[in-house]
Design a protein around this ligand. Structure first.
Ligand code: ZN
Length: 189
């Protein structure tokens, strides 16, 4: 017996547990504040775990120590960064608050800090941090999660042919015995 999605009445499989088709379920998940709250709570809880914090700290300090010991260019960079941040503040004396140069410098810092965040998501990120008072790390996790959902949604909208074409562009090979014309038997990228 075929079942119908409770939102769009499209067909869903007998094993479907949400009662909604893939795209309706995604819409529902994204529109439900309750689910968003649960997701935020889960992110928060996982980052509160002492093991997670210790692991983060250890990874970072291990990386820095090794890099500083083995890479003179990196070492010099860290020294200079330390001087810039904790030095005599000369940078800001020649760029007084409100000046164009200060604004440009600020923009550069923002760009570097938010390099992980696509420009079209930056307003949303700031809103999470400044209006809704999430911690920076939480807001980042939320945005990254959203990017993942967006990508999945984009991928789900593609036809099998388009997916195979994308896989080929990413360097997937063809399995033996298939012709390039039909795009049959593309390996996963
Ligand atoms: Zn549906």
């Amino acid at each position: 017996m075929t079942r119908a999605c409770i939102d769009c009445c499209g067909p869903i499989s007998a094993r479907n547990r949400s009662g909604r088709c893939k795209s309706c379920n995604l819409k529902w998940v994204q529109s439900s504040p309750e689910i968003e709250q649960r997701r935020v709570a889960a992110v928060r809880a996982s980052m509160e775990r002492p093991e997670w914090k210790a692991k983060q700290r250890a990874a970072l300090s291990h990386y820095h120590k090794r890099k500083i010991a083995t890479d003179p260019v990196y070492r010099q960079m860290m020294v200079e960064r330390g001087r810039r941040v904790h030095g005599d503040g000369i940078g800001n004396r020649i760029r007084p608050a409100g000046s164009e140069a200060r604004a440009r410098a600020g923009q550069k810092i923002t760009d570097a800090k938010l390099a992980w965040c696509p420009p079209d998501k930056r307003d949303q990120y700031r809103q999470l941090v400044y209006n809704r008072h999430f911690r920076a790390s939480e807001a980042k996790a939320i945005i990254l999660d959203q990017i993942k959902v967006d990508q999945e949604r984009f991928h789900n909208r593609l036809s099998p042919f388009e997916r195979q074409e994308m896989a080929l562009q990413k360097g997937a090979g063809l399995t033996e015995g298939y012709s390039k014309v039909t795009l049959g038997g593309v390996r996963r990228a």
